[in-house]
Design a protein. Structure first.
Length: 128
């Protein structure tokens, strides 16, 4: 595993840990300002809409795990095919929701050498 792949795996681990903690500033720092997310049944959205949706998750205890299936680095660009499992448990009443599935992310290396997510296609489904 080369340095860039290790750094990308660390980014993914930081994203999952920050998601579980509800740490929006850390998650936002791991994406480019021009990030675009694509999810089923919604038009693509950017960083501001992501932040709004993330804040709505504060009513839940979140556990998140990822298993990168493929990481390919091409100079200052990379892509990651990743399997993610997220469980959202309401803090007050309600039913636990579990989602899992694959994402395909495109990352860009910044001038300082840090990797950030710049495009993300998320195909997670609600588990029965």
């Amino acid at each position: 595993m080369n340095h860039d792949e290790t750094a990308i795996r660390e980014l993914l681990a930081r994203w999952m840990a920050a998601t579980e903690k509800g740490d929006l500033p850390t998650v936002l720092s791991l994406m480019s300002d021009d990030v675009v997310f694509t999810v089923p049944a919604m038009p693509p959205f950017g960083k501001a809409a992501f932040a709004t949706a993330f804040m709505a998750m504060q009513a839940f205890r979140v556990t998140a795990k990822c298993n990168p299936a493929e990481i390919k680095v091409l100079e200052d660009w990379a892509y990651v095919r990743n399997h993610i499992h997220v469980t959202m448990t309401p803090l007050i009443g309600g039913r636990e929701v579990r989602r899992s599935g694959y994402t395909l992310s495109i990352l860009r290396k910044k001038d300082n050498g840090a990797w950030v997510v710049t495009r993300d296609a998320n195909m997670m489904n609600i588990e029965p």
